[in-house]
Design a protein. Structure first.
Ligand code: G3P
Ligand code: MG
Length: 252
């Protein structure tokens, strides 16, 4: 069975995560899907950034939810990773959907319960004509429930970390999800069989080591999220990183 290789925050092992550079690289190496994280700015634009604060991945400080899009656009989102990436920006969801033609997993990271993120993200995806190539996921069950109420046919996945996987399957049934996105330590053969019996695809994060990849393919995983998509694809062009890119240890 073919295992979908999903670029986690783009090709984030070799490029600054959640930037257009990381997403373009993922497409260039042949990733079948990209994963990205979305949040709302203070003026309610849907932007692509992982942490709740700007500090780690930009030259700004403080909560993402405290800045306007205009303020965010002035920040550098590449120089922290390597000098050659200085000038990369925090993109909007609309910009990413316009820049990459492949399927996209939009992970909703609401700053607080019911901040309206899922409604805004759904609006951006529909406006871009991309609803047919987007999978929405979230750790926030309430966000998935609200999304389902707004969009009966949207492709939804339950994102799951530690708790017993049968609970994830129950939630998936409640929100009519098509897949579970499981943390790799939760992706046991028993969990995969239970998900399969419930008619759910299983995609596993974050898989950077060949041994983990091989184990998960053998267990029947439908997809893996990886920071290094080129490791599990065979058409990756040379020159994965720009000069000055630091070696990066595997992250969860
Ligand atoms: O969507 C899979 C994975 O991205 C979830 O964890 O923290 O990397 O967003 P995180
Ligand atoms: Mg994510």
């Amino acid at each position: 069975m073919r295992c979908l290789v999903i670029a986690h925050r783009g090709a984030s092992g070799t490029h600054p995560e959640n930037t257009i550079a990381a997403f373009r690289r993922a497409v260039d190496v042949g990733a079948g899907m990209i994963e990205l994280d979305v949040q709302l700015t203070r003026d309610r634009h849907v932007v692509v950034i992982h942490d709740a604060t700007l500090d780690r991945t930009t030259d700004g400080r403080g909560p993402v939810s405290a800045v306007t899009l205009a303020e965010l656009r002035r920040l550098d989102a590449g120089g922290w990773f390597a000098p050659g990436f200085a000038g990369e920006r925090v993109p909007t969801l609309a910009e990413v959907l316009a820049a990459v033609p492949v399927p996209v997993n939009v992970e909703l990271k609401p700053a607080r319960d019911d901040d309206g993120l899922e409604r805004c993200a759904l609006g951006e995806v529909e406006e871009a004509g991309a609803i047919g190539r987007v999978v929405f996921s979230s750790f926030a069950a309430a966000a998935l429930e609200r999304l389902r109420a707004e969009a009966p046919s949207a492709d939804v996945a339950v994102l799951w970390e530690h708790d017993p996987v049968p609970h994830a399957i129950l939630l998936a049934e409640r929100v009519n999800a098509r897949a579970l996105h499981l943390r790799k330590d939760a992706a046991t053969p028993a969990a995969l069989s239970a998900a399969r019996a419930a008619g759910l695809a299983v995609r596993v994060w974050t898989v950077n080591a060949q041994a983990d990849f091989d184990r998960l393919v053998a267990a029947g995983a439908d997809g893996v999220f990886t920071d290094f998509p080129e490791r599990f694809l065979h058409n990756a062009p040379a020159g994965a990183a720009r000069a000055g890119t630091p070696p990066r240890t595997d992250l969860d």
